[in-house]
Design a binder for this molecule. Structure first.
Ligand code: IPD
Ligand code: CA
Ligand code: CA
Length: 268
């Protein structure tokens, strides 16, 4: 792995984080992408503009896929693609709840190479490079060693779109009863980073986009965890459901998830 990819991603995520903190002290300009729960702020847009411009400057041949739509295809058909969420956790951000992040990952075709998730409020920097492990503020991290669902702390999230059609409340209820609890923190990138750091033992969510998960998936894998769909197949970016765990509770979580989906077949 070329270390310059990771160091560029770190630099860019930290500078984008400064933009988010700066914007936090200004009056919020909230817009809605659709109904009144799908928010976008000036901060999302400013952060994305900055990240896309900086990536284009450093890696002019690479493609950039970014949530607010300002990315671009590779001018030279290169196989490198950056997945950018300029502000993951916009709803938290808009309410001043300091659980939000910048998420940046580089993939070469289907292989994730480098990942950064940065919470600028708490200065928490999660990084990973393929084959080189994952780190939190420069220190190596590993997934937890909790081996049973009943003593696990879990996390999930709920999509802002199609909330009424979301089946996740059933999974939320069931997993809550079978574990130490299920947190709902509101930033999928940080949720995955927290699995990598051993804060959570497992995370699942339906309907996440590539930019939500790309960095977090590499973090979990490089920290020794496992990421699949509920059928146990390797998770594909943008797939309908993600299950990321410390590996030890993976099969138990999968069994429970399949049980729930059998009970309510419309729900997967
Ligand atoms: C959202 C967050 C949230 C998840 C939603 C995502 P955004 O991303 O990751 O945790 O539950 O599904 O859309 O919109 O804040 O970038
Ligand atoms: Ca997101
Ligand atoms: Ca976002």
């Amino acid at each position: 792995m070329n270390d310059s990819y990771l160091s560029a991603a770190i630099e860019i995520a930290q500078d984008a984080g400064k933009i988010l903190i700066e914007e936090l002290s200004r009056p919020l300009d909230i817009r809605y992408k659709g109904d009144e729960v799908d928010l976008v702020t000036q901060a999302d847009k400013r952060s994305e503009r900055f990240i896309v411009e900086r990536l284009a400057k450093y890696f002019p041949d690479h493609a950039v896929a970014a949530e607010e739509g300002t990315g671009h295809e590779s001018p030279s058909a290169s196989e490198f693609r950056w997945h950018v969420d300029p502000l993951d956790g916009t709803t938290n951000y808009a309410h001043g709840y300091p659980c939000f992040s910048v998420s940046i990952a580089l993939a070469q075709r289907d292989t994730l190479l480098a990942a950064v998730v940065f919470n600028p409020f708490y200065n928490e920097l999660f990084t990973a490079a393929r084959g080189e492990g994952a780190a939190f503020n420069g220190k190596r991290i590993h997934v937890s060693k909790v081996a049973k669902l009943s003593t696990s702390l879990l996390c999930t999230g709920f999509p802002v779109r199609n909330r009424k059609a979301s089946a996740n409340l059933q999974y939320y209820g069931d997993f809550t009863q079978r574990s130490h609890g299920v947190r709902r923190d509101g930033s999928a990138a940080l949720d995955l980073a927290s699995v990598a750091a051993g804060r959570f033992d497992g995370f699942w969510e339906f309907g996440l986009a590539k930019w939500d998960t790309a960095a977090g998936v590499l973090l979990v894998e490089e920290a020794g965890g496992k990421v699949t769909d509920f059928a146990g197949n390797p998770y594909q970016l943008g797939g309908p459901v993600i299950l990321a765990t410390n590996g030890l509770i993976h099969e138990e979580m999968r069994t429970v998830a399949l049980e729930i989906s059998r009970r309510s077949p419309a729900n997967v």
